[in-house]
Design a protein around this ligand. Sequence first.
Ligand code: 5GP
Length: 115
Amino acid sequence: MTNQDTIFSKIIRREIPANIVYEDDLALAFTDVNPQAPVHILVIPKKPIAKLAEAETEDAALLGHLLLTAKRVAAEAGLTNGYRVVINTDADGGQTVFHLHLHILGGRSLAWPPG
Ligand code: 5GP
C-alpha cells in the first residue's frame, strides 16, 4: 500500500497545520486532533512506512528511534505517572491513517484491555 499522500505526509510537508511538539531528521511528534486522553501525541517517522506490517529489517534503527522519541516526548509532556504507547495496525487494529504512527496516551488511568 502506498501512502505518499496521507494527512500525515501533509503535516510533515507543512501543508496542513499541526501542533508539533518534537521534530528531528527522522521523526515528528504532534498532538492528536481528536484526543482520547488528556495527553494524546502521535509520533511518526518522516519515512512513509504505511503500517507496522510493512516495516522492514532495514527499518530496525528507525523503529527504535520512534520508541525512544515516544519516551522523550512523554517525559517532556510530564507523564511521570505512566502512559501507554499504541500502534494500531491495519483493519482489525483500527488503523485509519496509513502512515505508521505511535500513539502516546496519558494523563489519566487507562483501562485494559482496549476495545
Ligand atoms: P489510527 O486510527 O490510524 O491509529 O490513528 C490516527 C489518528 O490520527 C487518530 O487518533 C486521529 O484523531 C488522528 N488524526 C487524523 N487526522 C489528523 C489530523 O489532521 N491532525 C492530527 N493532529 N491528527 C489527526
